[in-house]
Ligand binder design. Sequence first.
Ligand SMILES: [Zn+2]
Ligand SMILES: [Zn+2]
Length: 234
Amino acid sequence: MFQKCLNQILDLIMPQVCYLCGQQSDHSAPICKQCLTYLPLHQASKSCSRCGAKLIKNACGCHITLPYLSYVKPVFNYEYPIIQLIHSAKYRDNLVMLRLLSEQMQKHIHFLDKPDCLIPVPSHPKKLKQRGYNQAVEMAKVISSYTNIPMLNYLCQCVKNIPPQASLNDIKARQKNVKGAFKVFPHKLSNKIKHVVIIDDIVTTGSTANEIAGELLLSLTSVKKVGVWCCAKA
Ligand SMILES: [Zn+2]
Ligand SMILES: [Zn+2]
């Protein structure tokens, strides 16, 4: 805890040096303006329009594996330096980097159909206690503040302390791992929600988001569409 506070204080008082090129950053951000322009934006034209996966041919089986999700919108390609930036934000308490990634997400996400609310992928309370923050909640907070779309992070909660999805390779194991891990707790206003967007840092197979979407569709009859905005699609 002490180390975490110290790092945050150092971030505030030390001159910002770009995390990628080492030059002094001119706008007190962890990445300089020039390096920001080189971040690999996701190209929708080269991906499945539904799940965001890179298409080798025009075929993707996501309507079978992810039946509850209407769409997945990744902002960046899952490659250098995005993998390293997300890792730093997620595992090294780099909250300044997390904020920058969140701001980049809101800057590059375009939508015609405005969702009614944002739901960050919930962490189990034990995991939250260990890490001290949930990166998806921090991302959703920033996106909500820019877009005025409310974040409802208590509507869906993680009720099973499951092994991390990243520790499992195959899609069947990941689907099984998240089964029953999330529960929706409706409140009196939630019966007006029609379109939900789940916020996550990395979507890999999409099994976690699909499980949450299934719970939302089952628990709230008003919900008709569940999509995902994520920093990157692996
Ligand atoms: Zn730079
Ligand atoms: Zn697909």
